[in-house]
Design a protein around this ligand. Structure first.
Ligand code: FAD
Length: 476
């Protein structure tokens, strides 16, 4: 055992050095600090990270290791055992981490905290991922909110107690090391197949790139965000979701940086709306915290009797973006190629899966979990339940998005579809969202042969809508 007292800083969903409350606390301990990361798939069970997230994590850890002068120590396996071994081999007196909210992590962390405290180690945990933690935002009778608007009003709009400002603290000159740590490569996060190359071409993970993106968005993108955020053909959203998920940025940094743009009067409404979206993220975390079964069980139990269809063939066509509905196919291909999908399109493809195809929302949740670089247990589960109509503050089931009218409204000149469904690129705008309506000569000129180089629609929108409504009615 090394005699020198040491502190451990355990990085988790907070892969940054700036505004990191646990790292600040570790540095304030005035002990030499060993920064570690543990890939714990043992405890994650069915919620182990998906493939696209693993790619992101590898890149983001590599960037963080660079920020820490290569001193970030990597471990793989059950975090309980890893920490116990580290404490056996080193004279660890203090351990610091930022809290996580996934049910499996909460359970594991409680056990770890108890074991460490029993061993006489000082455990300090902080809030590094949320503006306000779920127990802090409840109704007057202490029960959790089920509806977004009152939840958001309760804390987030309170000018007297705004979210805390980002912390400022410089790092120590050097970090300590631990025995038996592994290389980042040993975590085996990178895919064997090169499918990730187009994702890699779309993103630069890491804290520095996250700040560049935030600055660029606040400089240009936020102007017109309120309306533009629904337009997948425009560059009007922040694309900060993987940054927030992995903690390359804290929500406090984003909230306050956005707030500074409110000084430009014309941007005030855009900033308010953007902050409201950060509020939706918080709401999802609150739902997950109070309803830990959110990822697996319908919040409205009457949906347990819902007559879902089973069709692996239809599911595969949805996943591959060959449904014959251009807006759906563009979204699913955007997801596959970039690891991201615009929010409006997530709603369109989600509604199409659960309502037009009548396939269980679990299938959509699982596919998104594997393919999104921002896959997030709280946001993904809450959003799928919202789409399926079975969640807390859900869109009513009978709100069925029409993939054609949504496309015409939110991708009015078809440029989003043209980008991701190139075989339709030459179709005129008036038929790009419904190629089957185009006259034969128009299809021919555009080089589109339905059922040949682009599929005919997999279902009829009107008939499948009626089928969905009848299925819903059967619940009452
Ligand atoms: P912006 O519009 O720039 O918003 C800023 C931030 O606010 C986002 O980065 C995100 O953290 C948060 N946010 C925005 N919209 C929402 C929302 N509706 N719910 C919760 N938080 C929101 N988001 C994820 O981060 N991970 C997921 O796994 C995920 N799965 C989803 C599944 C479905 C079916 C749907 C409909 C939505 C899902 N979302 C998920 C929410 C939303 O689509 C993304 O957060 C958003 O598209 C990210 O893009 P952005 O960063 O450009 O968002």
């Amino acid at each position: 055992m090394n005699d020198k007292p040491l502190a451990i800083m355990w990085f988790r969903q907070d892969l940054r050095v700036a505004d990191n409350p646990a790292l600040c606390a570790a540095c304030d301990s005035n002990l030499p600090v060993v920064p570690i990361y543990i890939l714990d798939d043992c405890n994650a069970g069915q919620h182990a990270m998906g493939a696209a997230s693993r790619w992101w994590l590898h890149q983001s850890l590599s960037s963080l290791a660079g920020e820490l002068d290569g001193k970030l120590q990597f471990f793989c396996g059950d975090a309980r055992e890893t920490l116990a071994k580290l404490c056996e081999n080193l004279n660890v007196t203090d351990i610091f981490w930022n809290r996580c909210y996934e049910p499996w992590r909460r359970q594991r962390d409680t056990e770890i905290e108890e074991a460490l405290e029993e061993a006489g180690i000082n455990v300090v945990t902080s809030n590094g991922s949320l503006l306000f933690e779920p127990p802090a935002v409840t109704k007057v009778d202490d029960t959790p909110y089920k509806v977004f608007t009152p939840f958001y009003r309760a804390s987030y709009l309170d000018q007297t107690a705004p979210p805390r400002e980002p912390l400022r603290r410089s790092l120590p000159d050097s970090f300590a090391e631990a025995p038996h740590s592994r290389d980042l490569e040993a975590l085996d996060l990178m895919p064997d197949q090169p499918w990730y190359q187009s994702i890699a071409a779309s993103w630069t993970p890491g804290e520095a790139a996250a700040h560049e993106r935030l600055d660029a968005f606040l400089e240009d993108g936020i102007d017109g965000y309120r309306d533009g955020r629904d337009r997948p053909d425009l560059d009007s959203v922040s694309r900060l979701s993987p940054r927030l998920h992995f903690g390359e940025l804290s929500p406090n940094q984003v909230w306050h940086a956005a707030g500074q743009r409110s000084s430009v009067a014309r941007l005030e409404k855009d900033v308010d709306h953007f902050r409201r979206e950060l509020g939706w993220r918080e709401f999802s975390y609150s739902l997950l915290y109070h309803w830990p079964d959110l990822p697996v069980a319908n919040l409205q139990s009457k949906f347990d009797r819902f007559p879902w269809r089973k069709s692996s063939k239809d599911l595969a066509r949805w996943q591959q973006g060959v449904t014959g509905y251009p807006m759906v196919d563009a979204g699913m291909r955007e997801l596959w190629h970039t690891g991201y999908m615009h929010n409006r399109v997530r709603m369109i493809v989600g509604s199409f899966l659960v309502k037009n195809l009548l396939l269980h929302w679990h299938h959509g949740e699982a596919w998104f979990w594997d393919t999104l670089v921002d896959a997030d247990l709280a946001n993904n589960s809450a959003s799928w339940q919202w789409i399926a109509g079975c969640g807390a503050d859900a869109a009513p089931f009978f709100r069925i998005f029409n993939a054609v009218t949504q496309g015409r409204k939110f991708d009015p000149d078809g440029s989003y579809v043209r980008r991701y469904v190139p075989e339709l690129a030459k179709l005129p705008t008036n038929t790009i969202h419904a190629p089957w309506e185009a006259p034969a000569d128009v299809l021919k000129t555009a080089g589109v042969s339905l059922g040949d180089n682009y599929p005919a629609p997999i279902v009829d929108l009107k008939a499948s809508r009626e089928r969905a409504l009848a299925a819903f009615k059967s619940l009452s």
